[in-house]
Design a protein around this ligand. Sequence first.
Ligand SMILES: [Zn+2]
Length: 166
Amino acid sequence: MSQSDNPYVLVERVRPVPLEDLDALFWKGLTEERLVIQRCPACAAFQWGPECVCYRCGSFDLRWTEVPRGADGRHRGVVYSWERVWHPVDPSLVESVPYVVVLVELPDTGGVRVLGNIVEPPDGPIPIGAELMAVFEHHDTYSLLQWRLRTGAAPIGCRSTTAHRS
Ligand SMILES: [Zn+2]
């Protein structure tokens, strides 16, 4: 059986398929370089991933709102966790490894976290708590939310990964 005959092996990258009644506004926001997630007018909680009901208060009246931007006008994030992927889990990713998957906490949202990749990551460890800025990766019919480490930014609330003299 050739690779293309196998229905369980992807031969091209998976494309996001927005769901009109659920997350279409998130994907539309990315094409406009805006990070938009759900927020509940009743209790003011942000939430992600998209749902029909507020996680906090149970309201069904959720709205979509842009995540607050930093002083420089960019969407910001903080490294909550990360992993460097060495093994391509799919043939379409062979030329992409190694890449870094990052779990990003969004400031000023009450702890909402989103997944993405770090573009142009350093070779070494990435400090937990390091500051990130959003990068919008545009493709032909969709855009992805990615992240870049802010150079010179001190880690926030984490142990240093560098050695210290005592
Ligand atoms: Zn609520």
